[in-house]
Design a protein around this ligand. Structure first.
Ligand SMILES: [Zn+2]
Ligand SMILES: [Zn+2]
Length: 127
C-alpha cells in the first residue's frame, strides 16, 4: 500500500484501511510476522536465501519489503500472503497496480500476481 497520488483523494474506507495498515507495519507484531515469514522461507527453501520476486536479486531481510498480495488477513498473514521485494521493485509493482482498475479485495491476489508477472517479463526483456 502506498500514499495517495497528489491531487487524488481516498474514500473514508480506504483511508481507514491505510491507517490500520500503517499501525500494523509499525508494530512489534509485524516484526514477529516478518521473522516468522523468513523462518518459513528457510524451511521451504533450505540453503537458498530469499530473492526479490520481481528482479530475482538477493533480498536482505533487514531492509527488503514484504508486499501484501492480500490484505484480508492483515495481522494474521499467511506465508503466501507476503512477497519479498526490493523497495524500488515494490514501488514499481504498486505503480502498475495503481494504473490498472482497482480490483475488489477478493481479486487482489490475482491482480497482484499478474502485475508481478508483467514486471518480471519486462525486466527480462530489458536484460
Ligand atoms: Zn528487486
Ligand atoms: Zn505492496
Amino acid at each position: 500500500m502506498r500514499d495517495p497520488k497528489p491531487r487524488t483523494t481516498w474514500s473514508v474506507g480506504r483511508a481507514r484501511r491505510r491507517d490500520t495498515y500503517a499501525a500494523w507495519m509499525a508494530s512489534a507484531g509485524w516484526a514477529q510476522r516478518r521473522a516468522a515469514w523468513l523462518a518459513e522461507w528457510d524451511r521451504r527453501h533450505p540453503g537458498r536465501p530469499p530473492v526479490c520476486a520481481a528482479c530475482g536479486g538477493p533480498w536482505d531481510p533487514r531492509r527488503g519489503d514484504l508486499h501484501h498480495r492480500d490484505y484480508r488477513r492483515l495481522g494474521t498473514e499467511t506465508f503466501t500472503d507476503l512477497v519479498p521485494l526490493h523497495r524500488a521493485c515494490h514501488d514499481q509493482l504498486h505503480e502498475l497496480l495503481e494504473r490498472a482498475a482497482r480490483p475488489p479485495r477478493t481479486r487482489r491476489p490475482q491482480a497482484s500476481d499478474a502485475a508481478l508477472a508483467h514486471l518480471r517479463n519486462t525486466r527480462r526483456d530489458r536484460r
